[in-house]
Design a protein around this ligand. Structure first.
Ligand SMILES: Cc1cc2nc3c(=O)[nH]c(=O)nc-3n(C[C@H](O)[C@H](O)[C@H](O)COP(=O)(O)OP(=O)(O)OC[C@H]3O[C@@H](n4cnc5c(N)ncnc54)[C@H](O)[C@@H]3O)c2cc1C
Length: 473
């Protein structure tokens, strides 16, 4: 018997850290590719965290908005869990040191985003919510005696004994391969945006944890539902693109085609402020026909003060958004699908749990409501941590176990080809022909990215009707 076997948490974003912290006092070994918050999408979140905290608001209203955005493909019981636990999640974040922005009278300040029927988004440092939240979580994890962190490792395999996950295989930066045993394995490896040619995600969000689960035969679902952000800064040749926030359109900026014609005129009553998926499709079409631009001259001299992040990103690439239109493109932003889990994060493989963007408990349905995913990481991470804390610490070491490795990684040109195929075939507009071509192109490739891309394309090919973010032409 080995009472000291830790809970293995793979991923140091909001979901992994919330799980690790909530598992106290059980020992946790946190395994990440990079130190601190580096490589985690969580640190890039700009909008904030949705929670029905205002006295006039209610978890039911938040749940309703979540299900409308998700085209009612959501699991209603899980949505209720998310929205009823939201205020408590924000309170917990404050207790570990997140200073959310406040009104002059001291009340929390609530922002409003697309799809929410009222202001209910808490944010920190203006558009730096993710960075502020991660700063506090990383500091709390460092101070927590029960968490040991091992950064600079790639988790690329599972250890299985008697049909249970009981450890992971690691590759260190110098290529050394090791095996670590644990009483439970948690995948909190984030999304799949990095598998697409254009993404708002960090390149690390490449679906490696999802591919590991796929290789182990773990049940996956809703893989076809990928949310595209309509306006990333179009920088030819670059993979991970800076976001050009929707708030600019809220401030009067307008989308135009390459001939300077208004892009959203006659497309939707809300024009430039139409739902994200509708705008993404129109921008995507314009990009195929010569390009899409965001004319933000209306913001004028106030640009650097009001939108410092976008201003800096544009200026870094030689675009002065006060006087020049900003070239934009849709970018893969969020994956609604993932590893099938229940409300406590249990996957179909005993001993293996998943949480955050890599998991799919049905909360987002066919399209995610803005600012619900950081919340998801905290609410379901804390639930999972509490469950794991209660696990018996008597996992048996040694004995007969087998190692299940993810297939090797694609490199160079083949990886670039998979990314391009996914963007073309599984982008905002999908056709029968394009999906079939994408499937054929991936069939000849051996790496895990190709295997995962095939599963994504296959799911999109099988869903013949449009639903939420999945749009079939
Ligand atoms: C630009 C941007 C803005 C956003 N804005 C918002 C917002 O305002 N509000 C909101 O709610 N959501 C927002 N989102 C979405 C949200 O940030 C993510 O869905 C969420 O942070 C995902 O958290 P996570 O913990 O699941 O994954 P991540 O934060 O991506 O963390 C994944 C971790 O897993 C590690 N990892 C991955 N694979 C391996 C491996 N094989 N071995 C070891 N480690 C591995 C990574 O290094 C990383 O530490 C935004 C996303 C982006 C990209």
């Amino acid at each position: 018997m080995n009472a000291e076997q830790p809970i293995l948490v793979v991923g140091g974003g909001i979901a992994g850290l919330a799980t690790a912290l909530a598992a106290a006092p059980a020992p946790v070994l946190l395994l990440t590719r990079a130190p601190g918050a580096r490589g985690a999408a969580s640190a890039m979140a700009q909008g904030g965290i949705a929670a029905a905290i205002d006295p006039g608001d209610s978890p039911q209203a938040h749940a309703h908005d979540t299900c409308v955005a998700g085209s009612f493909h959501n699991d209603a019981a899980i949505v209720d869990l998310l929205t009823t636990c939201a205020a408590d999640a924000v309170q917990w974040l404050q207790e570990i040191g997140v200073a959310f922005d406040r009104e002059p009278d001291g009340r929390l300040q609530f922002g409003r985003e697309g799809g929410h029927d009222r202001p209910r988004i808490v944010h920190a440092g203006g558009d730096a919510t993710g960075a502020k939240v991660m700063e506090a979580l990383v500091a709390a994890a460092r101070a927590a005696g029960h968490i040991t962190r091992r950064a600079g490792v790639e988790v690329d395999g599972l250890v299985l004994r008697d049909g249970r996950a009981c450890g992971v295989c690691l590759t260190e930066a110098d290529g050394t391969r090791t095996v670590v045993h644990g009483r439970a394995v948690v995948l909190a490896t984030g999304g799949i945006g990095g598998l697409f040619a254009q993404t708002s995600n960090p390149a690390d969000a490449d679906g490696s944890g999802l591919a590991l689960a796929q290789a182990a035969g773990v049940a996956l679902r809703d893989l076809e539902f990928v949310q595209f952000h309509p306006t990333a800064l179009a920088l030819p040749g670059l993979h991970s693109l800076p976001l050009v926030t929707e708030a600019l359109r809220g401030a009067g900026a307008t989308l135009r085609d390459s001939k300077s014609r208004a892009l959203m005129a006659g497309v939707h009553p809300l024009g430039d402020l139409a739902p994200r998926d509708i705008v993404a499709r129109r921008v995507w079409q314009a990009c195929q026909e010569g390009g899409a631009l965001l004319d933000a001259a209306v913001v004028g001299a106030d640009f650097p003060r009001k939108f410092p992040t976008v201003f800096q990103a544009c200026m870094d690439h030689g675009i002065d958004p006060r006087v020049q239109p900003i070239p934009v493109t849709p970018a893969a932003h969020f994956h609604m699908g993932g590893i099938v889990v229940d409300a406590d994060g249990r996957s179909s493989l005993p001993g293996l749990y998943a949480v955050g963007e890599v998991a799919c408990n049905g909360v987002h349905g066919a399209n995610r409501l803005a600012s619900n995913s950081l919340l998801e990481g905290v609410v379901f991470g804390r639930r999972l941590g509490a469950l794991l804390r209660g696990l018996p610490a008597d996992a048996v070491d040694g004995g007969h176990y087998r190692l299940l490795h993810r297939p090797p990684s694609l490199a160079g040109a083949e990886l670039a080809a998979v990314r391009t195929w996914l963007m073309q075939a599984m982008g905002p507009l999908r056709t029968e022909h394009g999906l079939r071509e994408g499937l054929q192109a991936c069939a000849g490739l051996q790496g895990w990215q190709a295997a995962l891309a095939t599963a994504l394309l296959d799911a999109a090919w099988k869903r013949k009707d449009s639903l939420g973010a999945h749009y079939r032409v």
